[in-house]
Design a protein around this ligand. Structure first.
Ligand code: CA
Length: 527
């Protein structure tokens, strides 16, 4: 096997050997990343007897000692590749110098062998949320109009523009009106096994905690994804599926103006109900926080992701649910995660999700190495192994309590693996099946946002936070420069989550109204 028999535990305190010039994560590592924004120049002395042999840009790797051809190259105490040439100490270690290891074999993993002991519970943390009939709590109070098919999206968008200008000002306790539009619903093999994924995703989004868990649906009439299929014949709470207070079928009406008027009438009734709701103190245990990274760089795994991991541990201690996702960014670190499963069934479910995705990628004649982007590589990440080792740090150090498959609603508390693709907007869409708060780390930067939940963006580098002060909510780059510790930033993230969930603070994505389109994952055939 390519990996160590005793895997590096993420619970071990990560050893930060910090000088102003480089960061080595683990004592065993043979490479470190350059911290200074200008990089280092040939002949620069980094201390500890290390001298740069050439110019190396920020976030890229320097060889800490001589590496022979065939030697493993270690970062995070793990093998990120084998050298395909002799690499003198002080050299720039680049992608083309590494042979990527195979992914950890799925039939040789330890199952629930190192289950972390729960840390002391954090009592008394609350936020001001909206209580829902199903026991969940909203972090916002939104009128969401669900659609069964893309064909109706422009009509609903038009209606929502009018609702916002003509009706919403009369309902001051409602935060927003959102058209829940998407690219699915027709022209697909609706009975194919893969169709279950987008359908259950859209069902759970339609019942989202931030829209009061009661959907208002706009359907076309002739589409494959009929409202009855979306909800299996009945609205939640036993309300009949038909009736224009709940479902508006466009093909039933005469002309566009009448159709829009029907949508406005239904919206007004819902706004009256939503407007009566008030924020109340609810336990932090009602938070369902989806974690994601996008535009990662080599700093992500040593600054923002460990800080988010620390916040994840705090959330778990406060009784909340924390979702980590992105199968292709977990696959190469799976040997670090199956030992942390709360029991063998959970470990096997993790393996099931990895295997399913391996097979899905193989059908498209690809594998997990297709994940990395030009931006990742510019940011110093050589391959998916290095990216995954930095990505899973977001999951902190708790036991993995449950696994949800694609689009499934998570009901467990604690740390949960919710399978999704790693694509930012597809992952976010899938996580919306469960989450009421989103935490997003980035190295290269993205203005990503979602309509239904607040998106808190955390930068891996201070340079990004300074370049985009009106998009990045929290700068974790201070960890690399020694201006803050992982724990400090972790607590800051935890407290910021509670403030945002209470509506007392706004994220930049909310401030600017940045709302990426929903993109349900559809592995099924299109007809
Ligand atoms: Ca992502």
């Amino acid at each position: 096997m390519w990996y160590e028999s005793t895997p590096f535990s993420l619970r071990e305190p990560i050893q930060y050997l910090l000088t102003p010039l480089y960061i080595r994560v683990h004592a065993r590592d043979t490479v470190a990343i350059i911290v200074h924004p200008d990089g280092v120049a040939s002949g620069d002395n980094l201390g500890d007897g290390i001298t740069a042999r050439e110019r190396i840009p920020q976030a890229h790797k320097i060889a800490l000692r001589e590496i022979q051809p065939g030697d493993p190259v270690l970062r995070y105490g793990q093998i990120i590749g084998h050298a395909n040439r002799a690499v003198p100490a002080g050299s720039w270690v680049r992608e083309e110098m590494l042979v990527m290891p195979a992914a950890p074999p799925l039939d040789a993993l330890s199952l629930a062998t190192e289950i972390p002991v729960p840390e002391r519970a954090l009592e008394g943390y609350t936020f001001e949320g909206y209580r829902n009939p199903d026991g969940s709590a909203g972090t916002k109070n939104i009128l969401g109009i669900t659609t069964t098919v893309q064909c109706v999206a422009p009509t609903v968008d038009y209606a929502v523009r009018r609702i916002k200008t003509e009706l919403l000002p009369r309902f001051p306790n409602v935060d927003d009106v959102v058209a829940i539009t998407h690219s699915y619903g027709c022209g697909v093999a609706i009975e194919a096994p893969g169709a279950a994924i987008p359908i259950r995703t859209l069902k759970h989004i339609s019942l989202h905690s931030n829209i009061g868990t009661r959907p208002l649906i706009v359907s076309l009439g002739c589409e494959k994804l009929q409202p009855a299929r979306l909800f299996a014949g009945e609205m939640p709470g036993g309300l009949p599926i038909f009736g224009e207070d709940n479902v508006i079928r466009l093909q039933d009406y005469r002309g566009f103006a009448e159709t829009v008027a029907v949508i406005l009438r239904a919206a007004e009734k819902r706004l009256e109900l939503l407007d009566r709701r008030r924020r109340e103190s609810v336990s932090a245990a009602s938070l369902v926080v989806g974690l994601q990274c996008g535009g990662s760089d080599a700093f992500s795994g040593v600054t923002c992701n460990p800080a988010v991991g620390y916040a994840a541990d705090l959330l778990v201690r406060a009784g909340a649910t924390v979702l980590f996702s992105e199968v292709t960014e977990v696959r190469d670190a799976i040997h670090l995660l199956t030992p942390r499963a709360a029991n063998q069934d959970v470990a096997r479910a993790l393996i099931r999700e990895m295997r399913w995705y391996d097979e899905y990628l193989a059908l498209g004649k690809a594998d997990r190495s297709a994940n990395t982007t030009p931006g990742n590589k510019r940011g110093g990440l050589s391959n998916i192994v290095e990216k995954a080792l930095g990505s899973v740090v977001k999951a902190g150090s708790s036991a993995i309590r449950a696994v949800a498959t694609h689009g499934e609603r998570v009901t467990s508390k604690g740390l949960v693996f919710a399978a999704t693709p790693a694509s930012d907007f597809i992952c976010g869409t899938q996580q919306l099946a469960s989450m009421n708060m989103h935490v997003f780390t980035t190295g290269e930067g993205t203005p990503y946002g979602l309509a239904l939940v607040p998106v808190i963006k955390i930068s891996s580098r201070t340079a990004l936070a300074e370049k985009w002060p009106d998009l990045i909510d929290i700068d974790a780059g201070r960890i690399a420069t020694g201006h803050a510790g992982i724990q400090d930033v972790g607590w800051e993230i935890f407290r910021f989550i509670l403030e945002v969930a209470s509506g007392r603070k706004q994220t930049w994505a909310e401030h600017w109204g940045l709302q990426n389109a929903l993109s349900p994952f559809n592995p099924g055939p299109v007809t």
